[in-house]
Design a protein around this ligand. Structure first.
Ligand code: 6GU
Length: 249
């Protein structure tokens, strides 16, 4: 079982993880256990402050050293050996390969940054890794934590149904998905591609692989540069490109 501790000022946001969808099912199946730690429980003053004005002035508030460290230490005690991962726009951008590595761990602590940031000494003293989920700014690390948790959870053995999990490690890894269709066969004059109705599983597999390769070539050529292609894949992509350029002229 994967054990995750989350240090956050907004524990209720993680009900989204525990109460809904595939993650809730993974919790029920005891594939993962989530415990939440709130720095406010370690605030010292009567106002239970967890943030303060930045030295040097300027806008915003900074998360205070003492209550956050106390909360991280509480999490570390509950999860011996766990490393602490801070979610912050300053972190390394998370990729699927990182998610795979993290999902294989026994335990980890996630720290959701809020406000303008954490006291830098906290990062020096307690944080092992810093991660970002993309080049845009969220108002806090909680949603980024939830994104990371969701992506990790669907990789845990037994988290997805049989049909679902086959796709997680399929030959189309590293490519964009192929198009999907369900009934009816015609909607507003738009037909389902004929091959999908053919019952020819080999032809269907090749069509899907070709679509996945073609879409990746059109929309995310950067992904193709990172992924070696088999002889079959090279041939299918060449066909797609030929048809695509023929359709253009
Ligand atoms: Cl991890 N945190 C925040 N606040 N914003 C982000 C992010 C994280 N990743 C992308 N934007």
């Amino acid at each position: 079982m994967l054990r995750v501790g989350v240090v956050t000022l907004f524990p209720e946001m993680f009900d989204l993880y525990s109460d809904w969808g595939i993650s809730a099912r993974a919790v029920d199946r005891k594939l993962v256990h989530l415990s939440v730690f709130n720095p406010r429980d370690h605030a010292r003053d009567t106002h239970r402050s967890v943030d303060d004005r930045p030295y040097g002035g300027g806008p915003g508030m900074v998360m205070m050293f003492e209550p956050v460290r106390a909360s991280i230490r509480e999490a570390r005690q509950a999860l011996p050996g766990a490393r602490v991962h801070l979610l912050t726009p300053q972190g390394r951008r998370l990729a699927q390969a990182d998610i795979q590595s993290l999902a294989r761990l026994e335990s980890l602590v996630l720290l959701a940054g809020r406000y303008e940031g954490l006291d830098e000494r906290l990062i020096e003293a307690e944080v092992d890794e810093e991660w970002s989920i993309g080049d845009y700014v969220l108002s806090g690390g909680e949603l980024a934590c939830l994104v990371l948790l969701d992506a990790m959870t669907r990789l845990l053995p037994g988290a997805l149904g049989d049909g679902e999990s086959a796709q997680a490690e399929s030959f189309m890894d590293g490519l964009l998905d192929y198009p999907h269709y369900t009934r009816p066969e015609t909607v507003d004059g738009r037909r389902v591609p004929e091959v999908l109705l053919s019952g020819n599983h080999g032809a269907i597999r090749r069509w899907r692989l070709k679509q996945a390769l073609g879409r990746t070539w059109q929309r995310r050529p950067d992904l193709l540069e990172q992924r070696p292609l088999s002889a079959e894949e090279t041939g299918l992509l060449e066909e797609f490109i030929k048809e695509h350029t023929a359709a253009q002229s």
